[in-house]
Design a protein around this ligand. Sequence first.
Ligand code: AMP
Ligand code: MG
Length: 471
Amino acid sequence: MIPVFDNSYARLPGRFFARQPPVPVAAPRLLAVNHALAARLGLDGDALERPDWVAVFAGNRLPEGAAPLAQAYAGHQFGGWVAQLGDGRALLLGEVVAPDGARFDIQLKGAGPTPFSRRGDGRAWLGPVLREYTLCEAMAALGVPTTRALAAVATGETVWREAGLPGAVLTRVAASHVRVGTFQYFAAREDTEALRLLVDHVIARHYPQAGDAAGLLDAVVAAQARLIAAWMSFGFIHGVMNTDNMAVSGETIDYGPCAFMDDYHPDRVFSSIDQFGRYGYANQPAAALWNLAQFASSLLPLMGGAAAVEPATEAIHRFTPIHEAARLARFRAKIGLATEAAGDGALIERLLALMADQGADFTRVFAGLADGTAAAEFRDPSGFEAWARDWRARSAAEADPVAVMAGANPRYIPRNHRVEEAIVAAVAGDLAPFHRLNGVLARPFDDHPGAEALQAAPRPDQAVRQTFCGT
Ligand code: AMP
Ligand code: MG
């Protein structure tokens, strides 16, 4: 079981990255291997649990064919320009080609310092590693495009943050790690040759139909418009939608201070550093649009310069109709509608407004529509009952609303307090809650008898209202 590495990014010119081997750790110990993902990659999950592979996941051994490197990128962080970011605690080991020809980046996150680390230590601690593992895999199970987690290992070393914490490394798998910020990096340096090579690389890898830079812009706009609609439909808040955290593949990337909402409110923010709610739930489409405008301006030199400003602007503005149509389609399904009628959008917004007003649980209300238990999620159910009468009238024309809802409304999401609980237990040496949570989240639309506690909304004393960057 030797993965076939074919490292297309490493064949780009040297200014795209810094070659950097991982820094070995003291005592690698396996925490998790993702057997389903291993199978997708054409790898044998059992073999990945053996010491030689655990050593790979820890950065202590390089697999044959790997060409480790830290990728260069720049980005806007909360709107402020940073000319050089880059992989400061992550290394691309290389790309593996699955049996069906699909290409995946294999990246170690927390594998030691790189030339881009600047102030950081290049390491990660157990909490963010397990958090990313659980959340990205939950997103994948919900059908949302996302980077994945192949493995997590403990390093046996202490990482210093506010206190000494157990170190860990996550093996992340992605369609690619090229970000909007990768384009910005070369655009800011007026390196048009590098931009052209990057466009060709991304088109070949993700959007073979795109043809040229203008086609690539269209494709990325559409992919992001649909991605954000998926986030909205599951109450997901990314939390740090900086341009360096937006993958041009259209996958969700960078699970730092992200969270799934419990009680619904459009202004909900979890990230401790998002003081002004720039990346709050309802602001996510606008934040994506802002990032795409940065992407478009990076591409301008390849689109004809100043003359391309108008078509590029039009391309960006196609985001909103694509996003709104995708969002409406997803929320229609959430209330069981397979057909389209003029008042559907208003009906959905009315329900959301009631939920916000009453602090109703996002996931439980939608799951409860099919079960007839949604009213119980409202402090005062009378508003909901009135809404439900109109909803039932609208649903009368539908063939099988329950089946439509079953595929759109998860019963289980990675609730913040349960994720935190699993991390606390893992730090104390007990991985059982982490594995149990992941097991349920792997089939989020199903019933899991005995797992009611994972389905319940947090009591006020359990609720976790703040999340932190994953450093
Ligand atoms: P993020 O907030 O995860 O998007 O990270 C922003 C930038 O900070 C990226 O360039 C990271 O590589 C870098 N960074 C984050 N944590 C660390 C760390 N522990 N050591 C070095 N660099 C880091
Ligand atoms: Mg990042």
